[in-house]
Design a protein around this ligand. Structure first.
Ligand SMILES: Nc1ncnc2c1ncn2[C@@H]1O[C@H](COP(=O)(O)OP(=O)(O)OP(=O)(O)O)[C@@H](O)[C@H]1O
Length: 507
């Protein structure tokens, strides 16, 4: 690996109103290097990369890219062609095909027409692994394919630096492995990769170098192989101050290491939700419809739902949450209709990015009598008090309750959603990939909140593509395939062959 860095970010600082996002950050990236960037939610990782990609200017700082110096402040910042930033929520236009998205991404004339753009994508897919139809609308592609396509488009543009923000958060194990191979091949050909992730084990396996950020500063940087998950986790969170978090250092390390939570099986056995022969249409292309699904959820238990992404998990979540009207079968529920719903796609289904934190957190509880005066208008003070205590209890890092949701880091948005959904102590909790984008501390807090909901008598359905996450807190794990539950395993069951068979539809 050549020793001269391709990218040198120097003394980068950025403040948003009252929030200091970056303070004098230095960051180097070499050709052929996979450089992981880890840190707590709100540590400043995405902001640093947005500045590198030229999407945002800095207050101070400069960049040396392939030997060329530029100032990162003021209007000097502009779209940086050498950098491709693949963000968590996906940056492709869903209605257009891959080929059309590529035509939009390159300077006009660089790729002549759709046919050639399609050929470029196909060739790159063959070279880096995994077939993709470049002429299908992006919305018809599975989540893993969409992400791979976005990476290939970055490569087709000729970018030397690929930045990936939480790339495996919504991927199953096989897709995550395939993505790792693409990344390593890109690096082997001289490309540079910045890999943002909260999955510390994954980071250690994949990266050459790991840089740790905390509260806007770099607090450590290590060659991979010289550092353990425990060291990274400790560096990320610093010394845990009791007042700051109810979660202790030991628990944080357990979460980082994937140790199973002490989840005593609920003592109550009352069935609170019985789904029988459920038939329901899929809400998205590439997702399976429900084709006669049976599922019982009992008070006091966390049921994990495993399966290859697209096997109908999103359809199931939306049926349980009451978003999709079933076409057949039955669902009998205890208690009120309301289910707490932590959806997989936060930006589409859980928050309104341009509305304030107050508005976002008031959803569901806006009809509460205590919030109105004379039953007519909102009591602003009381609403604000409620929202502030909800944000604080959920350990959300924010500047002001009137800030738009957009101003929160991804993980802090997720914490706010979880806090809002669990606040009313509903009997049924549907949590789809609830740890998506969360750091160890937040995972441990959300994990405790879900365990507490179950201990308080709720039935929790937790869907995740990450089996290790399910093993940590589920009392039992059911496996979905093509719109049905095809089997059940115990969280302690390590029989990979049987699990593979179930996930492939062999009951
Ligand atoms: N547009 C914005 N307006 C106001 N504040 C912002 C904006 N973007 C980021 N911030 C703040 O800057 C800080 C750093 O955010 P950033 O998104 O860089 O964190 P992160 O390390 O990527 O976190 P996560 O792991 O949750 O994605 C956060 O406190 C966030 O609230």
């Amino acid at each position: 690996m050549p020793d001269q860095p391709r990218v040198q970010l120097r003394a980068v600082s950025k403040t948003f109103a009252s929030v200091v996002a970056l303070q004098g950050v230095d960051f180097d990236l070499k050709p052929g290097q996979v450089h992981a960037l880890v840190g707590e939610n709100g540590a400043g990782k995405s902001t640093l990369m947005r500045i590198l990609a030229g999407q945002m200017s800095a207050d101070h700082g400069r960049l040396v890219f392939e030997g060329a110096q530029s100032d990162l402040t003021g209007s000097a910042a502009g779209f940086h062609e050498g950098v491709g930033f693949v963000e968590q929520e996906g940056g492709l236009i869903a209605e257009l095909s891959g080929a059309e998205n590529l035509l939009l991404a390159v300077p006009s004339g660089a790729v002549a027409d759709r046919r050639r753009a399609g050929r470029t994508i196909t060739e790159l897919a063959e070279r880096f692994g995994g077939a993709i139809d470049p002429h299908l609308p992006v919305r018809q592609l599975a989540v893993g394919q969409r992400q791979r396509l976005e990476i290939l488009i970055v490569m087709a543009r000729g970018a030397q630096v690929l930045v990936l923000d939480e790339p495996t958060a919504a991927l199953g194990t096989d897709e995550a492995v395939a993505l790792g191979e693409i990344i390593r091949k890109f690096a082997a050909e001289g490309g540079s990769v910045v890999y943002i992730s909260h999955k510390l084990g994954e980071v250690i396996r994949l990266a050459d170098r790991i840089t740790v950020m905390r509260r806007g500063r770099v607090v450590g940087s290590h060659e991979s192989g010289t550092v353990t998950v425990e060291q990274l986790a400790t560096e990320m969170v610093g010394q845990v101050v009791a007042k700051e978090s109810e979660v202790g250092q030991e628990e944080l390390l357990e979460v980082a290491l994937g140790v199973r939570a002490v989840a005593t099986t609920g003592t109550e056995t009352k069935r609170i939700c019985a789904v029988k022969g459920m038939v329901a249409p899929a809400p998205l292309p590439g997702e399976a419809a429900l084709k006669g699904l049976d599922l019982d959820v009992h008070a006091g238990e966390i049921v994990g739902v495993a399966g290859v992404v697209g096997s109908g998990q999103t359809t199931l979540a939306e049926v349980l949450a009451g978003f999709i009207r079933p076409q057949g079968g039955s669902m009998v529920r205890e208690g009120k209709d309301f289910a707490a719903y932590i959806p997989e796609n936060r930006h589409r289904d859980a928050v309104a990015l341009d509305l304030s934190l107050v508005d976002n957190l008031l959803l569901h509880s806006h009809r509460r009598r205590t919030f109105t005066q004379a039953g007519l208008w909102f009591n602003g003070d009381r609403v604000r008090e409620h929202v502030v205590s909800l944000l604080d209890d959920s350990h959300v890092r924010y500047g002001h309750p009137d800030q738009p949701m957009r101003a929160l880091s991804g993980g802090n948005q997720q914490k706010a959603v979880v806090g809002r959904e669990l606040e009313e102590a509903p009997l049924l909790v549907v949590a789809h990939n609830p740890f998506r984008g969360l750091d160890v501390r937040a995972i441990s807090e959300v994990r405790d909140a879900l365990l507490q909901a179950a201990a308080d008598g709720a039935g929790v359905v937790m869907i995740s593509p990450d089996l290790d996450e399910l093993r940590q807190i589920a009392h039992r794990i059911v496996v979905m395939f093509d719109g049905r539950i095809v089997g059940e395993i115990s969280p302690d069951d390590q029989d990979a062959e049987r699990l593979g068979q179930l996930m492939g539809g062999v009951a």
